[in-house]
Design a protein around this ligand. Sequence first.
Ligand SMILES: N[C@@H](CCC(=O)N[C@@H](CS)C(=O)NCC(=O)O)C(=O)O
Length: 101
Amino acid sequence: MAAKTKAQDIIDNNAVAVFSKSYCPYCKATKSLLSEMGAKAYIIELDQVDDGAAIQDALEEMTHQRSVPNIFIAKKHIGGNSDLQGKKSQLPKMLKEAHAV
Ligand SMILES: N[C@@H](CCC(=O)N[C@@H](CS)C(=O)NCC(=O)O)C(=O)O
């Protein structure tokens, strides 16, 4: 599957999608926050899959964001960890509406 199609497929089929890298501290903070909130999230570690670099390129093209984590809730691009942390007070409602909790 082409990387762009794969990225879009992950975004479309998961209430919460996190494109992450296993060693990235910002990604760890995002995963911790989502876990604390009890959210079911699809997490792909781009440094641990063969097509990770191609998926990162595709995400940059789609969102104009190259950094990880690259986060989507209900198919909507949220941004990175700082964007997610900044939405902390809205998250319970957003996650509920996305059927992620
Ligand atoms: N402000 C960003 C910082 C994210 C960041 O700097 N991520 C690093 C990895 S820890 C990154 O994407 N580096 C480029 C790369 O891995 O290609 C956020 O809050 O998500």
